[in-house]
Design a protein around this ligand. Structure first.
Ligand code: SF4
Length: 386
């Protein structure tokens, strides 16, 4: 008999797999005067969109459920899938409920996609936010605050509503709660990985891309109370950390396969844009400044955010050790240059720390995983039964 958790996970799966953005269309019917703004990974200040009275909509590609018929003509072959499937969604009308889309300069491909969208979708407001490249510079916080101010001005123009400090503080508090709930779920899974399936956690997290943060917070509270199955028995499994999926997302079946092949996933960087801040953004009298400073000082590392004050390759080693992971699985999107550049350095640090690792490459549209299954099973067996 299906439990309340089964219903929640199934509901979230329906939301995630609906490429026509049904939840967003419903929200717009209920709020006919309000706009919905999509945002491409990894980092986007959803708080600003919310404070403008709009619905922030996270875009993470289309998985394996969309054939590319038009987007290939706009990009060369050697480009990651999320770029093409996001564009295909736009070219086939699936992004029509969005009044605008926000991009940040995480990589050349994302930057180019912003301008291809601008040309192809003149009816939508395409915004591009510049993020500071040197967080150690004393000018960075002021620069980013200026960028947020500029974006806030564009949102105010589009929505016809002023973003005031109180509204922005309220939005920050709501997103702080959202991230705190996700951190709590991640901590719960890391402590008892046999009690919580990563695929369930992932679906509940990703569904938040399409619903108001207040609704998602309620779903996460329910998940925190119900998602773990205390009766589940531990089995022989390899305790791993996943690295490299911070932007394009692996197919759902691949996440399931990793668990079924004998891995307990203690931590991952899936959907990092939903969990960018490692602690609460201060709710104070300068909310734009607080968001800017938090990007510089409270955000987790990734291959598209460079911070020379903290060596992210060592941070991965520290994370693996802190969680008691036996290995690291690099799960990297095909043609994701930032992740591959970093892999070389991560590999060197892991080898120095004697932490085993495996590199797997995926594409959104992959649906057979026989070779990957064999590789993971062999890796698990070689470490568990050595
Ligand atoms: S998957 Fe990698 S290359 Fe593709 S848009 Fe994201 S960061 Fe850029």
């Amino acid at each position: 008999m299906p439990t309340a958790t089964d219903h929640l996970v199934e509901r979230c799966r329906e939301v995630v797999e609906d490429l026509s953005l049904g939840e967003v269309r419903r929200w717009k019917q209920e709020h006919p005067q309000a706009a919905a703004i999509g945002y491409f990974p990894v980092y986007a200040p959803a708080e600003l969109i919310h404070a403008a009275g709009m619905l922030p909509v996270g875009l993470n590609g289309a998985g394996d459920r969309l054939d590319l018929q038009h987007a290939d003509a706009r990009f060369g072959s050697f480009i990651c899938s999320i770029i093409k499937t996001t564009l295909e969604m736009g070219l086939t009308g699936r992004l029509a409920p969005l009044d605008g889309v926000l991009f940040t300069g995480i990589c050349d491909s994302a930057r180019n996609l912003a301008f291809v969208c601008e040309r192809n979708f003149p009816q939508q407001s395409i915004e591009f936010l510049h993020l500071p490249q040197n967080p150690a510079s004393s000018a960075s916080a002021g620069f980013l605050k200026g960028e947020y101010q500029r974006l806030a001005g564009r949102l105010e123009q589009l929505g016809g509503r002023k973003i005031d400090d109180r509204g922005l503080q309220a939005a920050i508090a709501l997103y702080n709660e959202n991230r705190a709930l996700l951190r709590a779920l991640y901590a719960q899974r890391a402590a008892q990985p046999h009690q919580m399936r990563t695929l369930d956690l992932y679906l509940v997290m990703r569904a938040g891309n399409f619903v108001p943060v207040e609704t998602h917070n309620a779903w996460l509270r329910e998940a925190l109370a119900e998602l773990a199955s205390p009766a589940a028995k531990p089995r022989d499994s390899l305790r791993i950390v996943i690295e490299g999926s911070f932007c394009e997302q692996p197919p759902l079946d691949l996440i399931r396969l990793i668990e079924d092949a004998g891995c307990y996933i203690l931590d991952d960087d899936f959907l990092l844009g939903r969990r960018w801040f490692s602690e609460d953004v201060p709710v104070n009298g300068d909310p734009l400044g607080a968001l800017a400073e938090s990007y510089l000082d409270r955000s987790v590392y990734s291959s598209v955010r460079h911070d020379f004050r903290h060596r992210r390759h060592l941070l991965l080693v520290e994370k693996a050790r802190r969680l008691g992971a036996q290995a690291v699985l690099f799960l990297i999107a095909k043609f994701c240059e930032p992740a591959y550049f970093d892999y070389v350095l991560f590999k060197r640090e892991l080898e120095a720390a004697a932490i085993p690792h495996l590199l797997l490459e995926f594409e959104e549209k992959a649906f057979t995983f026989d070779r990957l299954r064999t590789e993971i099973e062999t890796f698990v067996e070689s470490l568990l039964f050595d």
